[in-house]
Design a protein around this ligand. Sequence first.
Ligand SMILES: O=C(O)CCC(=O)C(=O)O
Ligand SMILES: [Fe+2]
Length: 324
Amino acid sequence: MSRGAGKENKPQENTPRRVTREKATHKIRSHKFQSVTPGTQPKHHKLWTSFVVVIAVVVAMYFLKPEKTVNLALHNEVVPFRFYKRHCSQQLLKEMHDYPNCIPKQCGRFVSDSLVSSEEVDILLKTAKSAIGLAGSSGGASIVDLHSGALSHKDKFINAYSILEFRKLLTKEFLGAYKAIMSKLKESIAKNFLIDESVLHLTRPTFFSKISNITAKTVHDEYWHSHVDKEQYESFHYTSLVYLNTYKKDFEGGRFIFIDGMEGNETKFSVEPKAGRVNAFTSGHENVHHIERVVHGTRYALTVSFTCNSTLAVDTNFATRYND
Ligand SMILES: O=C(O)CCC(=O)C(=O)O
Ligand SMILES: [Fe+2]
């Protein structure tokens, strides 16, 4: 371990290392009570110093080891399509037992910048800003779910459909873009997880989110905890996210992070949000994730969920009755 000790007790040919180490230890012990001449440092002190330094470095390296973060998609690159395969978790397979045709033939995650057009993103972002702007959480995270009408308001939720201005936001242009995006997401999820599209159903919550660095006031504002979507939202089997604005340009922090592996030996995969980018994945334990805290600016996204359970399906024609 210590270079000094190695030199001083250089083992003879055929001398087992263990014996040599014992000698070194003995030597150190036998010097224990020797007096020290001021200004000089006895050899055993040097040995101890080196030993302590080496231990400190090893401990520091263990605790300060650089996090293994792989970039799945950077904000300043164009990702036509990128798939990262994962083994399906046992929990997900067990839970999907009742929906055999809906079980993914491969689990994992994919990112695509080519599914949603910039015109569609503009329409979604404009509506998300206006809708959440009608109320909004007093903490850092607000949502509006178009299907249930849940809209964050201070420290609770109100029904957005009770607000006339909200209903007016559901224009034909917006609903057309929303429906088109839903069907592209569904098609792409079915294609990439190798299932038939007919077994997938849009479900809720499917919602716009707005995140800023305002201090959390309730648990609903604490968006940064790592979680499994299947546990957080029971209806989810497949999750997709459409980012409506861009990391580094519109906000700092707020990257989406997949966390693979056991605690202490994790590998993280980051997806940097970018306007129009889709991030989709199977909703089980194979895709534990969290959002990094937003430290500056405002992040907007749309969470879209699909279920295999047809009794939990929601309709994209949800708003037509309010819009005639
Ligand atoms: O907005 C995101 O990037 C992720 C949101 C999320 O993890 C969730 O809604 O469960
Ligand atoms: Fe999530």
